[in-house]
Design a protein around this ligand. Structure first.
Ligand SMILES: [Zn+2]
Ligand SMILES: [Zn+2]
Length: 265
């Protein structure tokens, strides 16, 4: 069994309700040694629940933030509440924040303002930032250049850009994380970008419960399925699956400051 990590999922999502422990157990059985669970979707309750889950499970870590879809709710009070939650020892990042000009559930102005606040919060708390970017690469690069990449760096999660966007994000100090989309045969630009990411910047994730990889496409996703994405990434980068697993674990551990996987066994 290959050791791997899921660097981004949403264990507090309603689709996992009553099943979180079983989902984490299935992941461990599949070789997923550690999980980074992201709150951020909906109200502050999802962040609170995410921290609670992480505090109950040694191998689960948490990120808190306001998703770009909900950016209109990113008030000063909300940032203050995130700052308080971030005092948990299990918090390893701020996010996900970013820009989503595809769905536009919040206005462009609200998303940009929320992103600025998250970049500042990550810098202040000396944490890395988790970035969501959809159809907004150019604007994202502009805003990050203006505010600055947090000292601890960050990750462009569920990367959906092309090779040149990936190159820009890497130059800005970001890691690039691939989701199950990498397993879709029609995701040509993303599959082309995958082998171009430097060895020390590549990561993988499920973004569960969303975006299940092939052959589970369309079903509810879960961290155990990150193994499928690992296999495809290894194939595209022409490297053994076990070595690819070790690489993504090392990169995620460095970025998020995780204890080494063996300490949890
Ligand atoms: Zn996202
Ligand atoms: Zn997500």
């Amino acid at each position: 069994m290959t050791a791997v990590i899921d660097t981004h999922c949403h264990l507090a999502d309603a689709k996992f309700r009553g099943e979180v422990d079983a989902v984490i157990e299935r992941a461990a059985e599949a070789g997923v040694l550690q999980i980074v669970s992201v709150g951020a979707i909906g109200s502050i309750e999802s962040d609170r629940l995410t921290v609670e889950i992480a505090e109950r499970h040694a191998n689960v870590f948490a990120a808190v933030g306001v998703h770009p879809h909900d950016a209109r709710d990113c008030t000063a009070d909300r940032i203050a509440a995130l700052r308080t939650l971030a005092s948990s020892k299990k918090i390893v990042a701020i996010g996900e924040s970013g820009l989503d000009f595809h769905y536009m559930h919040s206005s462009r102005e609200a998303q940009e303002q929320s992103l600025r606040k998250h970049l500042e919060l990550a810098a202040e708390l000396e944490l890395p930032i988790v970035i969501h970017c959809r159809d907004a690469e150019t604007r994202l690069v502009e805003i990050v250049r203006e505010i600055g990449t947090p000292a601890r760096g960050g990750v462009i999660h569920c990367f959906t850009g092309d090779t040149s966007a990936a190159r820009e994000f890497v130059a800005l100090g970001f890691h690039i994380s691939f989701s199950g989309i990498l397993t879709f045969k029609n995701a040509r630009a993303i599959r082309e970008a995958a082998p171009t990411i430097p060895d020390d910047r590549v990561m993988i994730e499920t973004d569960a419960p969303y975006l299940a990889p092939e052959p589970y496409r369309g079903k509810r996703n879960e961290p155990a399925y990150v193994v499928r994405t690992l296999e495809v990434l290894a194939q595209l980068r022409n490297i053994e699956v076990a070595a690819m697993g070790a690489q993504v674990i090392a990169n995620a551990s460095r970025l998020f400051g995780l204890p080494s996987g063996s300490e949890n066994q």
